[in-house]
Design a protein around this ligand. Sequence first.
Ligand code: ZN
Length: 263
Amino acid sequence: METEKLAKLEFAVQMTCEGCGDQVKAALEQKAGVHSVSVDVGEGRVLVETSLSSGEVQGLIESTHRLAVLKGMGSSETQDLGAAVAMLSGKDRQVQGVVRFLQMSPDRCLIDGTVDGLEPGAHGLHVHALGDLTEDCLSCGEHFNPFGRHHGGPQDAERHVGDLGNILAGPDGRASFRLEDTQLKVWDVIGRSLVVDAEPDDLGQGGHPLSRLTGNSGARLACGIIARSAGLFQNPKRVCACDGLTLWEERERPIAGKGRSNL
Ligand code: ZN
């Protein structure tokens, strides 16, 4: 079962000291969810095959007091079908995050992210129809729902394509997650928006009037436009757009109101 969720993550890690590589290796090996680790000290490269999210692996590497930058993500079966990223930001930047989308096959979209500043617990995560942030997250439109269905959970046939269920924030307010989705396709959501909500999504089962519309997941806490990115693992020569810090070339930065506006 776990093998289905394995992905390969490539990190750039500065390893200049004697024994650096061994320390990084030791921090990763034997950890639950880590399948294999390979460290190239000279290249400053760490490859991890894992079921953990990129944020969790980054945390393990950085526990050795070294900065790790995600350079690529993929799997052995990854086809070059497209990748995207959303930088989430909320009011007063209290909630912020980076979520990456990678279409690994026509039916498998990997969604990997870290969101900080959340109340501990579950929070609904949805792709919304519009890439319009002119009124912050309120102008993102409804859940992306091209087939006119009811709201549901990610495992349901009856759901909005944008219904990604819940992400879980720990006591430190951080949600680090990796999902795989069969309905959502990267090319359908580029230019739309990703929104994280204040409350848990009841996946359409709550019996509340809003359950079958939105999952009754409360206010929109943070949102961001989903923008096309490069950074496929299989193309190491391509400039990577994986790291949140170095992500946006100014000319590619999605401007509020310049995303998709068609339903
Ligand atoms: Zn929905």
